[in-house]
Ligand binder design. Sequence first.
Ligand SMILES: Nc1ncnc2c1ncn2[C@@H]1O[C@H](COP(=O)(O)OP(=O)(O)OP(=O)(O)O)[C@@H](O)[C@H]1O
Ligand SMILES: [Mg+2]
Length: 166
Amino acid sequence: MPKQKKTEGPVKKKAAGIQEKENVHEGPVPGPAPLPPKAAIDVRHVVLVLSGKGGVGKSTVSVNLAYALANAGKQVGLLDLDIHGPNIPKMLGIENERPAVLDKAIEPVHVTGNLSVMSMAFLLPDTSTPVIWRGPMKMGAIQQFLSEVNWGSLDYLVVDLPARHR
Ligand SMILES: Nc1ncnc2c1ncn2[C@@H]1O[C@H](COP(=O)(O)OP(=O)(O)OP(=O)(O)O)[C@@H](O)[C@H]1O
Ligand SMILES: [Mg+2]
């Protein structure tokens, strides 16, 4: 008799577990995770330059697009989010520049009066240092680039992204 009681316990628990799981599905259908809050950047157009493959010309397009828009008189920000191999500053010849910090806000590097750049390369000790970013650090850096950089009022923010599989 006590033997029977022993087997009843776990079986009951298991049954209860299944019941709990079923109850979850009875409520509102779970949707996709909510989007993170919008970054407080005063910008009219955001242009994301991305591709699944590496070395196809994303950074070249980003730099030329940003430069052309700035030449056309627009206020442009260029954000280099390729944090594994940021090369935008090198392409613009500003790799030795560093962003200034003013009143807790990061001042991007101003290439011209209406073209400013922010890149992970500015935060590295030297350009040959490999960066191994783990997930949370990566998100922290990106969030900082979006929320703590004093972009000012922008017509365009051009974002150079890393290849998908890296
Ligand atoms: N339209 C083009 N025609 C020929 N070569 C190009 C063109 N655009 C870019 N390149 C060359 O291709 C190489 C890769 O370009 P780029 O660095 O812009 O690519 P990427 O997609 O940003 O690479 P990564 O994925 O490594 O960031 C560079 O040597 C660049 O000069
Ligand atoms: Mg690139």
